[in-house]
Design a protein around this ligand. Structure first.
Ligand code: SAM
Length: 232
């Protein structure tokens, strides 16, 4: 269970709302039952259920179970796509260990109103389900030109390019270190955007195979390949 406030031994964390409903009504938690909780800072702790009511309960924090995980230094830069699919991309990014999700606005991006808290809620749900002790950061949407202008010196940008690009896995293996992959929208990048990405010194074109993948499929495939290449 993710809790927003910092956790410490002996703390009493009062839960109500969705988390309490899930624990009490769905998981049938009873007084004395153990609950694992994390705060995305200090790792994972054991909490013991106390004062269990219909819609609230208190968790008494007892043992520190593990440190916050080491998060692979990988960003998923993606042009937002239709609502349900971007939720899915964020969920898969979290399960696959992504450190940061950066929504990038391109000429053919169909969605520019992103509900940050909805995406964060999906990331939290995915982290709880796949037993992470860290959450991916969901960055604010950024225009492609601004993203490229401020691109960090030492970070490789793998450009998922369905019109070219070298085979992904060996290309990623050949470039260890902090990285990101950029995935276009349903309509792809236009010629000017492709040229701008390729002009970035840190950019390397990668192919995800001969077929045209949906943007969300490409995001999951490229992230999985990077994790495999990085051994993370
Ligand atoms: N140009 C595509 C078309 O003709 O339908 C539209 C873009 S595709 C649906 C969305 C994004 O997924 C692309 O911008 C690219 O970043 C990535 N992508 C899809 N298939 C790919 C492939 N085989 N290799 C590398 N990237 C791919």
């Amino acid at each position: 269970l993710y809790v927003a406030e910092p956790i410490s031994a002996g703390a009493m964390t009062r839960l109500d709302g969705g988390a309490a409903h899930y624990l009490v009504q769905v998981m049938r938690i009873r007084p004395g039952d153990p609950v694992k909780l994390f705060d995305d800072r200090s790792g994972e702790w054991l909490g013991i259920a106390r004062d269990v009511q219909k819609r609230s309960l208190t968790l008494e924090v007892t043992d520190h179970l593990r440190e916050r995980e080491r998060v692979p230094d990988f960003w998923l830069v993606m042009a937002p796509i239709k609502k349900g699919r971007i939720d899915w991309m964020v969920e898969k990014a979290c399960e696959l260990g992504v450190a940061r999700v950066v929504p990038v606005l391109t000429r053919r991006t169909v969605v520019d109103k992103l509900k940050h808290d909805r995406l964060t809620a999906h990331a939290i749900e995915a982290a709880e389900q796949c037993d992470r002790t860290a959450l991916p950061e969901i960055a604010d949407p950024v225009k492609l030109t601004a993203l490229l202008k401020g691109w960090p010196e030492g970070r490789t940008l793998f450009f998922a390019d369905e019109e070219g690009g070298a085979p992904a896995l060996e290309t990623m293996r050949a470039r260890p270190g902090p990285a990101a992959v950029i995935i276009g929208p349903e309509g792809g990048f236009d010629a000017e955007e492709r040229a701008a990405i390729k002009a970035l010194p840190q950019a390397v074109g990668i192919s995800l195979g001969p077929r045209i993948l949906r943007a969300d499929t490409a995001a999951a495939a490229a992230t999985s390949l990077w994790m495999a290449a990085a051994g993370d």
